[in-house]
Design a binder for this molecule. Structure first.
Ligand code: TRP
Length: 334
């Protein structure tokens, strides 16, 4: 399904990713990219400024996300890896797309609607604190996608609507001019990707404050793992693994034979919560320690990452210029 296709993913820099992001999004995206004909991966820094106005924080978050992807195995020789803000053509294309985007699409966009609902619930005016960047977020995202003739966008459920909007905008332009000016993208939302539970059993998420961090030192990881919720059953009491949160997290990261070993040990009262937490800690360290070194290296040598991103931007711009030319030619007749 991916073979022969152009696959594109954008990631908003919003702080250093946690284990849930890593297992649920970063790793699967990199793997999917390997199978694609063309894989495009970028940092959506213009999308981030709607919510983050502190340049120092934003800069740090952009750095972290770039280093995480490289450490996690994104190969910039095979994937085109760039910062959105380095591709000015995307913003020209955004302006063209706005002329074909019904305002009603934006009114219906989930992120905007959620912000309005929050205001209404708080007794504030509907659009209180909502900037135009948030309102037109889906048009910029459509430009991100359509600029690269993207066939497939791997997404989490929350982003499906955005890809549908991009598809509809492309469709509107193609219909208006009666020719295939833009490629209409599809999304894939991988049902097989596990939802990673956090320390309290809810989905691991920064907003719940229940995360296991990524690429931190062993001590920090240990602190997080030992904070995973358990009851007070003693070691020898048989436990149903499916009811043990540590086991649920372990399943998402450890090899099958180790997972079976933990399940047996819990069932027959040979393993207590301290044991299984140490097993989980070892599994996380084993899976990430090497990448952590690479991450730390890149963070300390960011000039090398800048170089990688500059090369990515050059490749991306070559494609973006062609799309812009094609669009302008269609729209203005020159
Ligand atoms: N909106 C996406 C998110 O919040 C990030 C993003 C921006 C994106 N542009 C994109 C994702 C284009 C896929 C394709 O996660």
């Amino acid at each position: 399904m991916i073979e022969g296709k152009t696959v594109l993913t954008g990631v908003k820099p919003t702080g250093k990713p946690h284990l849930g992001n890593y297992l649920g999004a970063i790793k699967p995206t990199i793997e999917m990219g390997k199978a694609a004909k063309r894989h495009i991966m970028f940092i959506a820094d213009y999308h981030a400024i709607n919510a983050q106005k502190d340049a120092e924080i934003l800069n740090k978050e952009i750095k972290e996300i770039a280093c995480v992807y490289l450490a996690a195995g994104l190969d910039p020789k095979k994937s085109i890896f760039y910062r959105q803000s380095d591709i000015p053509e995307i913003f020209e294309i955004t302006t063209i797309l706005t002329a074909f985007t019904p305002k009603g699409f934006m009114n219906k966009a989930h992120a905007y609607k959620a912000a309005v609902d929050k205001n209404v619930a708080a007794g504030k005016p509907n659009d209180d604190g909502i900037n135009m960047g948030l309102y037109t977020y889906p048009v910029l995202m459509a430009a991100d996608i359509l600029t690269f003739d993207t066939d497939i966008v791997p997404v989490g459920k929350d982003q499906i609507q955005h890809v549908e909007i991009a598809r509809d905008i492309a469709g509107a332009i193609n219909a208006y001019y009666g020719k295939d000016v833009l490629v209409q993208p599809n999304y894939v939302a991988d049902e097989n990707i596990a939802v990673i539970p956090g320390l309290d059993g809810r989905k691991m998420s920064k907003s719940y404050g229940n995360v296991i961090p990524m690429y931190e030192d062993d001590k920090t990881l240990k602190k997080a793992v030992f904070a995973i919720k358990t009851d007070s059953k003693p070691i020898e009491e048989p436990k149903n693994p499916e009811e043990v949160l540590v086991y649920e997290v372990y399943k998402t990261i450890a090899p099958a034979d180790k997972v079976a070993e933990m399940a047996d040990g819990l069932r027959n009262g040979k393993l207590g919560y301290g044991h299984v937490k140490n097993m989980l800690l070892d599994a996380i360290i084993e899976k990430t320690a090497q990448e952590r070194e690479v991450y730390n290296y890149y963070m300390a040598h960011f000039d090398e990452v800048e170089q990688v991103l500059a090369e990515g931007a050059e490749k991306a711009r070559a494609i973006a210029k062609q799309t812009l030319k094609r669009l302008k030619n269609t729209v203005f007749g020159f």
